[in-house]
Design a protein around this ligand. Structure first.
Ligand SMILES: [Zn+2]
Length: 218
C-alpha cells in the first residue's frame, strides 16, 4: 500500500498499545520495506508474484526475531522486526485477491466487518497475488501513463490487482482487513510475552488493556 496508508493503518491498530516513540520505530521499519532496494527481488516483503510460501515464512521469521530481540533487551531491534512484519501482512490484503474471495462469501458486508484470517479464504486454491509484468508494469507507476498501460496488462498483474490507494476497487476492504490483521499480529505476539516484556516492548504499561486469549475474535 502507499505510504500514508501504511502509517495510518499501523497507527490505528497499534496506537492504543504502544508509546509514541515505540510506534514511530515500528512505522519507520514498516515504511523501510518499500525503499527502492526492496522493490526488486524482494517479492516476499510485499506478497508480490504469488510469493506465498516465502511471504508466510518471512512473517514467521520476523515474529520469532521480535521475540528473541525483546528477550535480549534490544527493544529498538524488536520494534524494527515487528514493523517489518506489519508491512508484509498489510501488503497481503493490497496485493492478493483475498478481499474478493471474502466478499464473495459475504455479499453486502461492509469493510469494517471483514475478517482478515477467514480460513476458507486463506486456503482457497484461487488465492493469488499480482504478478509484475516488466517492463510494462514500470509504466504503471508513472502517473500520466497509468491510464494507457492499465488495459494493456493482464488481469492478474500487480497493476490490475493492487489495492494500494483509494482509487483501486476494494481499497476500503483491504485497508480494513490490513488494520485488523496488524492488531491481531500484536495480540498474538503479546500472548508469548510476560507483562514485563510487553511493557518494555510497547514502551508503556498496558495494565488497563485487555489482551484477549483469542485474537481472532478482536
Ligand atoms: Zn510493500
Amino acid at each position: 500500500m502507499n505510504t500514508p496508508y501504511h502509517i495510518s493503518m499501523t497507527g490505528e491498530a497499534l496506537g492504543p498499545y504502544f508509546s509514541p516513540v515505540a510506534l514511530k520505530q515500528i512505522i519507520a521499519a514498516n515504511l523501510g520495506q518499500d525503499s527502492l532496494g526492496y522493490q526488486f527481488a524482494h517479492d516476499h516483503f510485499h506478497f508480490d508474484n504469488n510469493s506465498f510460501v516465502a511471504g508466510y515464512a518471512y512473517v514467521e521469521t520476523c515474529r520469532q526475531n521480535t521475540i528473541l530481540a525483546i528477550r535480549a533487551g534490544q527493544v529498538a531491534l524488536a520494534r524494527a522486526e515487528f514493523g517489518r512484519l506489519t508491512h508484509t501482512v498489510q501488503d497481503f490484503y493490497a496485493h492478493t485477491n483475498y478481499t474478493a474471495l471474502w466478499r464473495e462469501l459475504h455479499p453486502g458486508a461492509t469493510p469494517e466487518q471483514i475478517d482478515p484470517l477467514f480460513e476458507s479464504c486463506m486456503t482457497d486454491p484461487r488465492l493469488h497475488s499480482g504478478r509484475l509484468y516488466y517492463p510494462l508494469e514500470i509504466l504503471y507507476f508513472v502517473p500520466f501513463l497509468r491510464e494507457w498501460v492499465l488495459p494493456r496488462l493482464p488481469k492478474d498483474s500487480h497493476a490490475q490487482m493492487n489495492k494500494d490507494e483509494p482509487s483501486c476497487p476494494d481499497f476500503e476492504y483491504a485497508r480494513s482487513a490490513a488494520t485488523h490483521r496488524t492488531r491481531v499480529e500484536w495480540l498474538r505476539l503479546a500472548e508469548s510475552l510476560t507483562d514485563t516484556e510487553k511493557t518494555a516492548f510497547t514502551g508503556q504499561a498496558n495494565s488497563r488493556t485487555q489482551f484477549p486469549s483469542n485474537p481472532e475474535k478482536v
